[in-house]
Design a binder for this molecule. Structure first.
Ligand code: PAF
Length: 292
């Protein structure tokens, strides 16, 4: 595995790989890698000849008072973990390389960025779409892989790639869970043992809403209150949102039409840690985790 720390060298590597007819698969990350990332890498290796993993904690996507400063960083540990995987290059640029003085362009989606997490994290998706566009420009992937846990993120990136004709195939990969159901996340390492136990309310709520949906309940408000009911009773867990939303525009659905799908998504603070999780109702067994 080659370690590349400048955009210029990364672009050279990408140009040479593509000239040699290799298909590049990109796994963009902010590091603090876990089994969810490992799954993305393995999936990328199935569909490409040169897997590139990027690690960059992107300041543009953190708001004031969020966890940019304390976000877990362990570049050497991450590199060791990746060395045993089918990774051709690790791209870990410096801040000034991606955002040199005078940088001012951004990518925005006006409507989708105000839904779900966007309602509570203004500017977050502008930061995500901007850095992912830059990574696509630098790494020149044929295909890029994102986890379903960040469902809104991958839906928006998929839309962006289509709207802007970026020529990158976007894949969503099913959420990887701990044996007790907790969705894997770099932020889980913030949880105290008590919070770790309380955090299970999120996956429990999603299982309950999935069971209700599979049992024939398709009314949006009933599904939403099923989601809320599981989380609201849990001490130490502060619900931010619990929605059943359309996969097209992320707005609340009144009724999930027969044969269609919807996103059941939840965000909550567990202690001081903000966690998100989701399931795609009616999406089991479909490509791209049922998202698109
Ligand atoms: O999901 C993440 O880790 C980040 O949002 C991403 C896609 C790497 C952009 O910084």
């Amino acid at each position: 595995m080659k370690r590349i720390d400048s955009a210029e060298s990364m672009q050279r590597f990408a140009r040479e790989a593509r000239a040699a007819g290799r298909r590049i698969g990109l796994v963009p990350t902010m590091g603090a890698l876990h089994e969810g990332h490992v799954t993305l890498v393995r999936r990328a290796a199935e569909e490409s000849d040169a897997v590139v993993v990027s690690i960059f904690v992107n300041p543009l996507q953190f708001g004031p008072g969020e966890d940019f400063e304390r976000y877990p960083r362990d570049l050497d540990g991450d590199a060791r973990r990746l060395a045993s995987l089918p990774v051709a290059a690790l791209f870990c640029p410096e801040h000034t390389d991606l955002y040199p003085r005078g940088f001012e362009t951004a990518v925005v989606q006006d409507d989708l960025s105000t839904r779900l997490c966007g309602a509570f994290r203004p500017g977050h998706f502008r930061g995500v779409l901007t850095v992912v566009t830059k990574l696509f420009g630098i790494v020149q992937p044929n295909v890029a892989f994102f986890g379903q846990k960040d469902a809104q993120q991958v839906l928006m990136i998929h839309r962006m790639a289509r709207d802007l004709d970026l020529g990158v195939v976007v894949r969503a990969v099913e959420t990887v869970r701990e044996p007790d159901g907790l969705a894997m996340s770099s932020r889980n390492r913030y949880l105290s043992p008590d919070d770790r136990r309380r955090a299970l309310a999120l996956s429990r709520a999603l299982r309950a809403v999935e069971a209700a949906f599979d049992g024939g309940e398709h009314r949006g408000d009933v599904l939403r209150s099923t989601l809320r009911g599981e989380v609201e009773g849990e001490p130490g867990v502060r619900l931010q949102y619990a929605e059943v939303a359309s996969l097209q525009d992320l707005r609340d659905v009144e009724q999930v039409a027969a044969g269609s799908r919807a996103l059941a998504a939840i965000a909550a603070h567990v202690g001081t840690t903000r966690l998100i999780d989701n399931v795609v109702l009616g999406g089991r067994g479909r490509p791209n985790a049922g998202l698109f």
